[in-house]
Write a protein that binds this ligand. Sequence first.
Ligand SMILES: [Zn+2]
Length: 316
Amino acid sequence: MMACRLPVQAAGPLRFSLPSVQLRGQQTLGSASTPLARHAVRHAWALSEERLVEVEWEDGGHSQYPFTWLRDNCQCPKCFLASAEARTLLLSDVDINIGIDAVEVTDDSKVSIVWPDKHTSVFDAEWLKKRCFSAAARQALQEDLFLNERYYWDSKLRVPTADFEEVLRDDKAALDWLLALRRVGIVYLKGAPTERGQVARLAERIGYLRLTFYGHTWQVQDKHMANNVAYTSEMLNVHTDYPALHFAPGVQFLHCIMQAAEGGESQVVDGFHMAEQLQREDPEAFRMLTSLRVDYTDKGTDYCDFNLQSKTFTIK
Ligand SMILES: [Zn+2]
């Protein structure tokens, strides 16, 4: 049993078929985050002793921003390259003990700050609101950035499904698919043509295939002198893929082109659910598996010769 950053412990390469999947339609699909409402600044002033700028919002709420943080995050063209959305201000040019000469709210509800060297920073209200330091605002931003909602599952899971061609054709269907994949970790796409090349079509719909020592894609079938136990007709243990890679692909696509005449069932396990259960039922085992680094080795020849070594936790 293993868990890692992957959303699901999908075995693979493996014999792929999901003959008993029950359809659930939209039931397990996630929802997109709601856009932030418009905000306006009523007042802004400096708290010199605390070295904070306090902002009062039109709705009566307050936010505080450290002087140094504001100077460090100046959005002016000298300090920030808008086209790259990246800072150009050098850390060595930031005075971490900086004071403030003046703070005012502009006519268009922005916060303008004049620094002691007369450099001026102007902050958009929406920009400031999104970066409010309150615990609730931080949590909302984290949810917005990382879509943290998770559904831990066991054998009662009804695997969320989507239509393969619809995902390729329709942006809303693609978004629903990705949100469900993020939330549940596994989605069953139906209706793909039974010929090679579909995995690449799907990957290119949203990004690109990660190259590994198995190539961009590979065929899971019984092979002579197999370099992986997945290339035999034996049953596989539940496992995590690529533990020897320092940066394993985050999602794996498996396409069933030909159903095995006999057997060929796939098993998937929610490693997060198992890790959570283990933490509850056997804290010492959980502590061991999350704190003891284990050596992982993989070597052989496939797309290229490979000899990989990593040292990492069983659960992370
Ligand atoms: Zn600046």
